[in-house]
Write a protein that binds this ligand. Structure first.
Ligand code: PAF
Length: 281
């Protein structure tokens, strides 16, 4: 497995692979990889001849006062996980390799970014769409793999690929959880022992919402209300949002008729965590 820094090196390698007739899968990440990322890489390796993992903490998707500087980084650890999971190439650029200092071009999204994380992170999805577009152009993969934990991101990327005629398939993969239910996240490393325990209120709320929906409750406000009530009992938790939206266009819904996404962002101490469940047709 190789680790490269520049778009040119990635392109040269992919060109070689294409000459051999190989298919290519891309797993975009911000590094500090965990079992959730590993599941994406394993799936990509099963479905493609070659796998590229991008490992890049993308500055354009962090707003002022967010955790860009403190975001955990450990390339050696990431490389070991990638190798074990079956990756062939890690693309680990510096911000200066990815962005010209006078860059003025961004990929923006309307409507789908107005609810959920888009409300409190107004420039986040512009940064995500821009870097993911650049990665798609650099790697030109057949398939790209994203986790369902970032459900709004997944919906936005699917829409961007459709709207801008990118020639690849987007594959959404299930949330991977710790044994006690907490969704795996690089940001879980910010939590101290007490916060780690408190963070379970997210997955407990997901479970409660899923149970209510499975029992036939269709009233979105009732389900969201019960989930919020559960989270509010946790003294270290502060809700950013708990919302039920249409699973495709991300608009708020009153009735839980599939496809629906019920998503939340909750601060545990200073750490903002997300979780969700989907109601599928
Ligand atoms: O989900 C992430 O880790 C990031 O948002 C992504 C897709 C790698 C873009 O920087």
């Amino acid at each position: 497995m190789k680790i490269v820094k520049t778009a040119e090196e990635v392109r040269a390698q992919v060109k070689e692979w294409r000459k051999e007739g190989y298919t290519v899968g891309l797993v975009p990440t911000m590094g500090f990889l965990h079992e959730g990322h590993k599941s994406l890489i394993v799936r990509a390796a099963a479905e493609n001849d070659k796998v590229v993992v991008s490992d890049f903490v993308n500055p354009t998707q962090f707003g002022p006062g967010e955790d860009l500087e403190s975001y955990p980084r450990d390339l050696d650890r990431d490389a070991a996980l990638c190798e074990e999971a079956g990756a062939d190439l890690i693309f680990n650029p510096e911000p200066s390799d990815m962005y010209f200092p006078d860059a003025t071009t961004y990929v923006t999204m309307t409507e789908l970014n107005e609810e959920l994380c888009g409300k409190t992170r107004p420039i986040h999805f512009r940064g995500v769409c821009t870097v993911v577009s650049k990665l798609f152009h650099i790697v030109a993969p057949d398939r790209a793999y994203f986790g369902q934990k970032d459900a709004q991101q997944l919906a936005i990327i699917k829409r961007m690929v459709r709207d801008l005629n990118f020639d690849l398939e987007i594959v959404g993969c299930p949330i991977v959880r710790e044994d006690d239910g907490l969704a795996k996240s690089s940001r879980n490393t910010y939590l101290n022992a007490q916060e780690r325990q408190a963070a379970l209120c997210l997955s407990k709320a997901v479970k409660l919402g899923q149970q209510m929906a499975a029992a036939g409750e269709k009233d979105a406000a009732k389900v969201v209300g019960a989930m919020k009530e559960l989270i509010e009992k946790e003294p270290l938790a502060r809700i950013d949002y708990v919302e039920a939206v249409n699973g495709i266009n991300m608009r708020p819904v009153e009735t839980l008729d599939a496809p629906v996404l019920v998503a939340m962002a909750v601060y545990i101490g200073k750490t903002r965590l997300i979780d969700n469940f989907i109601i599928e047709e």
